[in-house]
Design a protein around this ligand. Structure first.
Ligand SMILES: [Zn+2]
Length: 226
């Protein structure tokens, strides 16, 4: 008997392939991949601008988006799955604060790209962690990893802060927390329906490969920009 997942051109493979190609094309130019700060150079910085900037950054920044989608999916079937995303979101807030205290550190962009490659690889291999993949210990391990990565991504968010008004910075943090939670929950729900419709192994594998490919592209972009 042939299930949809065993067909050569299943809708899942075609959808993921198309998504990957479109992502590659959209972010082909290094400038596009790197310059994802909302409203650069704006002088009118208040609560609303800060909020919009926070809401936009994780969506326009493909490195952040890919990472959050991956952690939304990787926590599927885990007890207390929300710990992984919550850990990332909380740590990213801490990362922004660390940036405010210690600005100007270099190398974090490369580390962020590596974190995307790592989480994509973990996602691609997710089904292979037989037995361990459904336990609370796995959830805690992934939450710790997500927390470490969250600090890095948060430092990157901090770099894009515009203005020095406390209200704008708080609004930026609020916007970041809202959109990151929405992306994580949305991709968790999408991942669950994909796994229900297609083979779980294949959904994780192709999703993970796509995420890791995005990370690799961002890494190459950063290295080529020096
Ligand atoms: Zn960014």
């Amino acid at each position: 008997m042939t299930t949809p997942s065993h067909r050569l051109f299943s809708p899942l493979k075609m959808g993921l392939g198309l998504g990957m190609i479109l992502t590659m094309l959209g972010y082909l130019w290094p400038r596009q991949a790197l310059a994802h700060h909302f409203m650069d150079g704006s002088s009118q910085v208040g609560f609303v601008t800060g909020l919009l900037s926070g809401l936009a950054h994780p969506v326009i920044g493909i490195d952040h988006l890919a990472f959050i989608v991956a952690i939304g999916c990787i926590s599927l079937n885990l007890p207390r799955f929300w710990l992984v995303s919550a850990s990332f979101v909380a740590a990213s807030t801490l990362g922004v604060l660390i940036y405010l205290w210690f600005p100007g550190q270099s190398g974090y962009e490369t580390a962020i790209a590596l974190s995307v490659i790592l989480v994509g690889t973990l996602l691609a291999l997710r089904s292979g962690w037989s037995g361990a993949s459904q336990t609370l210990a796995t959830g805690i391990g992934l939450s710790l990893l997500a927390g470490l990565a969250g600090i890095l991504h948060g430092y990157g968010y901090g770099e894009a802060i515009i203005g020095t008004q406390t209200s704008a910075i708080l609004a930026y943090l609020l916007g970041l927390a809202i959109i990151q939670t929405m992306i994580a929950w949305g991709s968790h729900a999408l991942g669950r329906s994909l796994c229900r419709q297609f083979s779980t192994t294949q959904s994780f594998r192709y999703g993970g490969i796509s995420i890791a490919a995005v990370g690799l592209l961002v890494l190459v972009s950063h290295l080529s920009m020096g």
